[in-house]
Design a binder for this molecule. Sequence first.
Ligand code: FES
Length: 331
Amino acid sequence: MTFTVSVAADTVECGPDQSLLDAFLRGGVWMPNSCNQGTCGTCKLRVVSGSVDHRRSPENTLSQAERERGFALACQVTPCSDTVVERLDTAPAGTVHALRDLVGTVSAIEDVARDTRRVLVTLDSPLEFSAGQYVELRVPGTGQGRQYSMSNPPGESKVLEFHIRRQPGGVATDGWVFGSMSVGERVDLLGPLGDFRLDPDDEGPMVLLGGGTGLAPLKAMARQALTSAPDRAIHLYHGVREESDLYDVDLFREWECAHPGFRYVPCLSDQSWSGRSGYVTDAFVEDFDTCRGYSGYLCGPPAMVDAGVKAFKRRRMAPRRIFREKFTPAV
Ligand code: FES
């Protein structure tokens, strides 16, 4: 049995145990989304007609009062009848890439920094996505998925690159990526997901500011932007604790030589060294008097992203030009 779920002029089929978000994205219909786990509230929508089951929608993301007023989380809610919903947000610029189940093979594993691995997965068939988006990797034998952003831009054959930080005791990291994972292993994935993506209509200067492996989607964006506009002004800030946490330094120095508009600023919060020290958001504020006309992209732990938004606004970046993705460590 399936139901129909509709938004604006689009209607798709949705199974009784399928989230509305999953149904819409698989149908190539855009719906705001970020965490896909019920925690961020990005996918909140309004049910216009029909009935839904809120399943495990967390109370602190969707209150009882909101449920009674017809709101729901698209990533959690399932239909109990044919349903019509209304989006609360307008679509970002760019193509909507349909959500798909994917299969690939681990083609490389490399230790690139302290407790950080680069993992390459070669897909059986190409995936269309936008720079900045992520996929969910299914952790073998657990029934669980973990989300990792692609750090290479779309269009690079069928290979996806991920940066994965170890979380001690984590089933996905210690138990798999830093444990049993091996080259040649087959992996199941779901994607692409997320609205954090490079605005294809913007060709102006930009600041990319990432913490830890929050560098991954920003690297994809920088590479994509430099491919289409090699002289574009791009300032890439990477904040980590210690020098041993930095990676891809030589690559970014090469980009600086090849692209006069590209600037790379690594910043250590817990260590003095020959480069910048302190919080990466403070380093940005020190470097700029104003960011009028700039776009800003932030990815990292929630506290860093919140500090980054404040820093961007302090330097007069237009709020509508600030894009962000908060992550919590995938254990
Ligand atoms: Fe649904 Fe985050 S709460 S995407």
